[in-house]
Design a binder for this molecule. Structure first.
Ligand SMILES: Cc1cc2nc3c(=O)[nH]c(=O)nc-3n(C[C@H](O)[C@H](O)[C@H](O)COP(=O)(O)OP(=O)(O)OC[C@H]3O[C@@H](n4cnc5c(N)ncnc54)[C@H](O)[C@@H]3O)c2cc1C
Length: 506
């Protein structure tokens, strides 16, 4: 019997396999249905550019190369990085390509039997599900009425060629939806984007020469989330002050975000693609579609606006969390009912989900790495999971906090988490939270980098299990730190505000 099987060789499966290998599981097997690694990014649309910077997207212990910190990978560059990483850490030797998992069966002794599309069958003690949550496209119900209007899902979108000269509706304005809208708006005769309320809180990828997410640092994110109510109007005023039509559209859309904590009550949409489509390419924002007349090719939104002669629709409406090959009780698991979105209460250390925690801001890759480190510690027996009761308590506590922070979005997007909260919590459980207080006294330069440099994965390699202190320091000092910009200033103002509040209440 194999000790661990990882299903999927996207970034989540690669980092999980690497962490298991580092923990000493020499027989780990990573099963990938396609003939290459990289997951979503190996088959994404032609112009896919990541929205998290290279600094945030890199894994903790594999340097990205000099001079790249403020750039954003194309999908090919991202896949190349993961290929190099997999080669460096000897993960590639453990990936079995063209191996689609058809069924997973639970044995009485707690082990798993995995049947592949070939005749092959594997048996393992621990299972890692790293299949992403971009597998089964989700559509609104009204799509069933469509026969005359052609439609597709962003999962299958490659480029705008087939939309030239057409009248096209894009449904949904997340990061993929925004990119799709921007490309189509440039070649279509007419384009609309249908949004339920708004999109996420839009921020540019870059501010000047700097990747904007370099400001995703402890200097501001250590403040209570209700501070988002003060931060949001300030950021909006700043964007409007630019007197740039793209930023005016951005501010209009962000003003529509129905979240009491504003920017901190929703996920980020880290691209200007949609504002550019609207400001420069005539794309029109409409409301939720409530009526479709397929034979006459028109649609009506919730404001009564009629979209006439619609030729094509692209649904950028996300995915469903269903894993058909798992046993019935594990086919549709709710990320929010799992401990740290990865351990099922009834299955303990037998199975871990990697990649079902989607951060509002920050990046998903450091989260997948942190989860992988934890899974490897649990599988190896170096750490024990808390008792079922304690895990239940954690889950309830997390749920309450996220309901308060994200309101309806916490219900709707079951994987949505707060990046800083998630990374800090899990690193404290693992024991790799950076010792900030100690560094403030002993190594102020490092402390400054930890506070005002991006809170990316390397910060969590300074101590505890899996520590690589020398390498971590080298990398952290090479990474950019924030300039003294509006975010740093807002962070300092916030600290004064809460210190004052604290003094008054004590
Ligand atoms: C267009 C797009 C852009 C994104 N950009 C960013 C970004 O800039 N920054 C960021 O942090 N996050 C980004 N994300 C979110 C997230 O990081 C990605 O979705 C990421 O690919 C998730 O990695 P994963 O390994 O969990 O899943 P995936 O990349 O989906 O990989 C899963 C792998 O599992 C394999 N698999 C599935 N089923 C089976 C089976 N039955 N048998 C064998 N193998 C199977 C698949 O073939 C695939 O290779 C983006 C997501 C999308 C869709």
């Amino acid at each position: 019997m194999i000790s661990c099987v990882v299903i999927g060789a996207g970034p989540g499966g690669i980092v999980a396999t690497k962490e298991l290998l580092e923990k000493g599981f020499e027989d780990v097997v990573c099963l990938e249905q396609s003939n290459t690694l990289g997951g979503v990014f190996a088959k994404g649309y032609d112009n896919l550019l990541l929205t998290s910077s290279v600094t945030f997207s890199m894994f903790s212990d594999f340097w990205v190369g000099e001079g790249k910190s403020h750039s954003f990978w194309t999908k090919d560059e991202a896949v190349k990085y993961w290929k190099d990483y997999a080669k460096h850490y000897k993960v590639t030797d453990h990936i079995q390509f063209n191996s689609k998992v058809e069924t997973v069966i639970e044995n009485k002794d707690g082990s798993w039997v995995i049947n592949l599309n070939s005749v092959e069958e594997l048996q393992c003690k621990h299972l890692v599900l790293a299949i992403g949550n971009n597998n089964i496209p989700r559509f609104p119900d009204w799509h069933k009425q469509l026969n005359n209007i052609s439609y597709s899902h962003s999962k299958d979108y490659k480029n705008a060629d087939s939309f030239k000269g057409k009248r096209v509706l894009i449904v949904g304005g997340g990061e993929s939806g925004s990119d799709v809208a921007y490309e189509i708006a440039q070649v279509a005769k007419k384009s609309w984007v249908s949004l339920r309320e708004s999109t996420g809180w839009i921020v540019p990828r870059k501010r000047g020469e700097h990747a904007a997410d370099v400001s995703t640092h402890r200097g501001i994110w250590d403040l209570p989330r209700e501070y988002g109510r003060h931060l949001s109007p300030f950021v909006l005023k700043l964007e409007r002050g630019r007197k740039d039509p793209v930023f005016d559209v951005l501010a209009d859309l962000n003003e529509r975000v129905p979240a009491k904590n504003g920017i901190w009550g929703i996920y980020g949409t880290k691209t200007l693609a949609l504002p550019k489509a609207v400001a420069h390419h005539g794309c029109e924002i409409v409301g939720d579609i409530v009526q479709a007349d397929d034979s006459q090719k028109y649609l009506i939104d919730n404001q009564g606006k009629v979209l006439e002669n619609v030729d094509a629709i692209v649904f950028c409406t996300g995915y469903r969390n269903v894993v058909h090959f798992m046993p019935d009780q594990l086919k549709a698991c709710d990320p929010r009912s799992m401990f740290k979105h990865m351990f099922h209460l009834d299955y303990g250390d037998r199975i871990a989900w990697i990649g079902w925690a989607r951060p509002g801001f920050g990046s998903q890759f450091p989260i997948m790495e942190m989860q992988s480190r934890y899974a490897a510690l649990i599988f190896s027996g170096d750490m024990k999971l808390p008792s079922k009761e304690a895990m239940k308590d954690y889950i309830q506590k997390d749920l309450k906090i996220y309901q308060d922070q994200f309101e309806g979005n916490a219900e709707r997007i079951r994987s949505l988490v707060d990046y800083h909260r998630f990374m800090n919590d899990l690193s404290k459980i693992i024991g790799c939270y950076p010792p900030l207080g100690k560094y403030l006294i002993t190594n102020p330069k490092l402390w400054f980098h930890l506070m005002y440099g991006p809170t990316q994965a390397t910060q969590f390699r300074l101590k505890g299990p899996g520590k690589k202190e020398k390498l971590a320091k080298e990398i952290i000092f090479k990474l950019p730190i924030s300039t003294y910009n509006h975010i740093v200033k807002a962070g300092l103002r916030g600290r004064i505000r809460y210190a004052h509040k604290w003094l008054l209440s004590n």
